[in-house]
Design a protein. Sequence first.
Length: 180
Amino acid sequence: MKRQGYGRDDVETHSEHYGKVRPAVNVKVHRFPSSDKIMERFGCEEKEAEKAGQFAFDSACTIFWEDVQDFADDVFGKGSVKVYSEGRSGGWLVVDGLSSIEDWTIQDLNKWKSFEARIKDNVKWRTSEESVFEDIEANQWTKKGSEAFNFVDKGNGEHVCLADLKREAIEKGYGPVVRK
């Protein structure tokens, strides 16, 4: 007979180097827009597409890990748990500070299910073409000479793209010296 609902057996766990087993969410990214998709969408060259994709991935990871502690505080109570990554590539989101899964009540299990769903939805959104393409476009990462932090404040509240400043400098003869 098939069990219905979400139970303790549905909670994934992780331990590092035979250490304490903690509830965890697998946050490994298996799908991310390819360089070909980025080239198709933005009409850029492969080198720029690869760089833009890497910037977008790094940015998505950074923002995700900045947000997850807030998610945990919302679900489990502010300051009651600590969230961090484990695994060779940081592919496990581990939660420390919860009681043993065997001791969880139905309320605890429902909190975990809610937290896990929120995390998985966030990963799905941050790795979607729509989200990735929005970040690439907003940061102008497909321009030649782009950098991860691609804008600088001119001091008057106006922001300018570093890639544009580099292009202008090269056009004015201030660019890199090319020796023949």
